[in-house]
Write a protein that binds this ligand. Structure first.
Ligand code: ZN
Length: 269
């Protein structure tokens, strides 16, 4: 059972051809997909996709790139979506790469997501780009953390893996780690305890290099983007990297997803 721990099926480049995209994913053996909302205006699409495709688990949150457009009522709306669907909190977090940015607002909104996920006992999908010390400060100063967190597309140091693990974090990696210059990410993937490893595409983002890509989608502007049907190639590449049989990795990741999602794992099947 292949599980995509982080994907954005609501992005127009995928949503515009969703029947075809999901048909390909089913053919490729993808059985569970964690579809992450990024702002209040895309949550209804995420919910509708999950109603149409039972293998899609909806996740709702405000991504750090969109905190400025979250509006006054985002928290009320978020609680409403979380109460109406078996769902996780995601994707939220912090980002020191995006320009311009309001770091105080990012932190305030991220902390609220952590608190809501902890209160409602939902797993939480975390985005962190160029802000690892900041992330650790936030996580260690929160009184209560969500029951489990997924640090998606993990790009932190090897030293942070253990303290994050102790906070019930899981770590996922996408096909972009196979770009030749991404040695650091491959080292991190090898250092993550096997029982905390998950696999993602982050499609339509994080397009893998050509030799690790079977499918792609193209935007109206002609930009090549990632297709979630590439998931088996990420599993295979990771298994190769870890010196494991792909089928063993598949079983291990399924057990990890159960641990990460708890009751939600069976909610979608
Ligand atoms: Zn994402």
């Amino acid at each position: 059972m292949l599980i995509d721990a982080h994907v954005h099926l609501q992005e127009p480049v995928l949503l515009d051809r969703l029947s075809e995209v999901m048909g390909t994913c089913r053919q490729e053996g993808v059985r569970l997909m964690l579809c992450n909302g990024t702002k209040p205006s895309d949550w209804a699409d995420v919910a509708a996709i999950s109603s149409r495709f039972p293998e899609v688990l909806p996740c709702f949150a405000v991504h750090p790139w969109y905190v400025a457009e979250a509006g006054e009522l985002w928290e009320v709306e978020l609680r409403d979506f979380l109460s109406r669907y078996p769902s996780a909190v995601g994707e939220c977090g912090i980002d020191r790469w995006i320009e311009p940015r309001d770091e105080a607002l990012q932190e305030r909104i991220f902390r609220r997501h952590l608190q809501i996920a902890a209160e409602l006992e939902r797993p939480c999908m975390v985005h962190c780009l160029r802000g690892w010390g900041w992330l650790m400060d936030i996580l260690t100063s929160e009184e209560k953390l969500p029951p489990a967190m997924l640090i998606h597309s993990y790009g932190g140091s090897l030293e942070l893996i253990e303290p994050l693990r102790k906070m019930n974090a899981y770590f996922s990696f996408a096909g972009s780690i196979f770009e030749s210059k991404r040695e650091k990410l491959r080292e991190a993937a090898k250092a993550v305890p096997l029982d905390r490893l998950l696999v993602e595409t982050d499609a339509p983002a994080l397009t893998p290099p050509e030799e690790r890509r079977r499918y792609q989608v193209v935007t109206p502007e002609g930009e090549v983007q990632n297709h979630p049907g590439n998931l088996p190639l990420v599993y295979h590449g990771l298994a190769e990297l870890l010196g494991m049989e792909a089928s063993d990795l598949e079983q291990q990741v399924e057990a990890n997803a159960r641990g990460f999602l708890g009751d939600l794992f069976d909610a979608r099947r």
